[in-house]
Structures are given as structure tokens and as C-alpha cells.
Design a protein around this ligand. Structure first.
Ligand SMILES: Nc1nc2c(ncn2[C@@H]2O[C@H](COP(=O)(O)OP(=O)(O)O)[C@@H](O)[C@H]2O)c(=O)[nH]1
Ligand SMILES: [Mg+2]
Length: 233
């Protein structure tokens, strides 16, 4: 373990931001992270809007998928790029403004102090997330139980995109499930590949923008359907 006092330097962190049609938010989200001194890789998952251009204008490194491949594939693309550029600490962060930079910094600090190879955010530890739609809460709870049963890792929020990991974890984790099921795949690999993990409480902001985009019940059902397909595979 590093000495407790050693504070993590934001310049050491590479934020990987998967983004699909997040034109209205991406510049603000990437801009805030860049202003803190960290590097930003936005993976534009073949958006039909101007997400990629706006991320580029904000100062991010932008990679574009030639077709829409899903969040898991976008994460893997971004992680690979950061590793190639020599990243030692990688944070995965959503493009829609639902994650708080302060929470990302706490996760990064835990990894920096070598308390874990990968620190995962949970919206169900400590303070219960406010304003979370009931169907979403139900799907997320069910997905966490399913993930606990199939992987043996005691997660409370498998589908939380906010994580920080060291280079070893980033090189060890290989996401092959392109869409939502990548989340439980990641937890499975933590167990199989003997990574040291921990969960820390984070707040997910249910903004009007994110609710408009993700409130649909089909979104929640998709998580469950994809998990089941992943399990069959
Ligand atoms: N829904 C969706 N999100 C994607 C895709 N590719 C990348 N993402 C990004 O993955 C992150 C999480 O997606 P979101 O729909 O907000 O999921 P939720 O907040 O977990 O319900 C966002 O930053 C999206 O822009 C995709 O094909 N579909
Ligand atoms: Mg979201």
C-alpha cells in the first residue's frame, strides 16, 4: 500500500467516456473532466448526432466506431487506446452527466492508494439514490442479484458505469459482450482473474436529460434480456 497521505494527481488519470447520441451533454461532461487536469478519451459509438465533433471541440481525444457497437465495445475501445498511450489509472465515466467528478476522484484515489485493482461505484450503498425510476431500480436490483449468483462477487450495483482501475486491471479485463451484459461479464472477470475489487458509494444524478433518454421500460428490460443471453452463451 502507498502511504495514506499520497494524494492522487488528476493528470495521472485517463477518463474513458463511451458516448452514443450525447451531443447536448458531451462538451460539458468532457470539459469538466479536462479542466480538472485528467485526460479524456470519448468513444463516439457511431452517433447520429454531433457527439464526436463536440467532444473534439471540447479538447477530448475522440475515437469513432464505424457502426454502433454498444457500451461494452465502446468501453473496450477506449480502454485499449488509453493503455496504448501508457495510462496507469483509467476511469470509466458516462457521457450523459449522470456521474459526479468528485465520486470518480474518490474511486481513483482508492486505486491510487492500492486499496484495490478496480474500484466500482454503487448507487445502492449508503445513501439511496434519489429520483431513480421504479422500473430502473427493480431492473438494477435484479441484475445485481443475478450477477452475485452467477459470479460469486458480492456486488450491489453491477450496472454502474463509474469505475476506476489500475493498469493491471485494465489489461486483464477483456469485454466481449458488446451491450449491457458487459457489466456482469466484467464482474465475472474480476473473480476469474483474481483482481482485487471494492465498491464505494457514488451518487447517480437522475437529471431531466438522462431520464428523457433512459427512462423507457424497454431500457430496463434490455438489461435483463441481455444478462440472460450472456448467461446462456
Ligand atoms: N444506450 C447506449 N449507450 C451507449 C451506447 N454506446 C455508448 N453508450 C454510452 O454509455 C453510457 C451509459 O448509457 P446510458 O444509456 O446512459 O445508460 P444508463 O444510464 O446506465 O441507463 C452513456 O455515456 C452512453 O452514451 C449504445 O449503443 N447505447
Ligand atoms: Mg445514463
Amino acid at each position: 500500500m502507498r502511504p495514506q497521505g499520497a494524494t492522487f494527481d488528476p493528470a495521472d488519470a485517463w477518463f474513458v467516456i463511451p458516448a452514443y447520441n450525447e451531443g447536448p451533454m458531451i462538451a460539458q461532461v468532457a470539459g469538466e473532466v479536462l479542466a480538472s487536469g485528467s485526460r479524456v478519451v470519448v468513444v463516439d459509438d457511431h452517433s447520429t448526432d454531433d457527439t464526436g465533433d463536440r467532444a473534439l471541440a471540447a479538447g477530448a481525444i475522440v475515437v469513432r466506431h464505424p457502426v454502433n457497437l454498444g457500451q461494452g465495445a465502446a468501453l473496450q475501445t477506449g480502454i485499449d487506446l488509453a493503455l496504448r498511450r501508457g495510462a496507469t489509472l483509467i476511469v470509466t465515466f458516462d457521457a450523459d452527466g449522470q456521474h459526479r467528478l468528485a465520486d470518480a476522484v474518490r474511486l481513483a484515489q482508492a486505486v491510487h492508494e492500492d486499496r484495490a485493482d478496480i474500484a466500482c461505484g454503487s448507487r445502492f450503498l449508503g445513501v439511496e439514490a434519489r429520483d431513480i425510476p421504479a422500473s430502473r431500480r427493480l431492473a438494477l436490483r435484479a441484475a445485481a442479484i443475478f450477477t452475485r449468483l452467477t459470479t460469486g462477487v458480492p456486488v450491489t450495483d453491477a450496472h454502474n458505469g463509474l469505475r476506476a482501475m489500475n493498469r493491471h486491471a485494465a489489461m486483464t479485463i477483456r469485454l466481449t459482450h458488446n451491450r449491457m451484459a458487459h457489466a456482469s461479464e466484467l464482474v465475472g472477470q474480476i473473480r476469474e482473474r483474481k483482481l482485487r475489487s471494492l465498491e464505494l458509494p457514488v451518487e447517480i444524478l437522475y437529471t431531466e436529460y438522462s431520464l428523457r433518454k433512459g427512462q423507457r421500460i424497454s431500457n430496463s428490460l434490455n438489461i435483463l434480456a441481455d444478462l440472460f443471453m450472456g448467461w446462456l452463451r
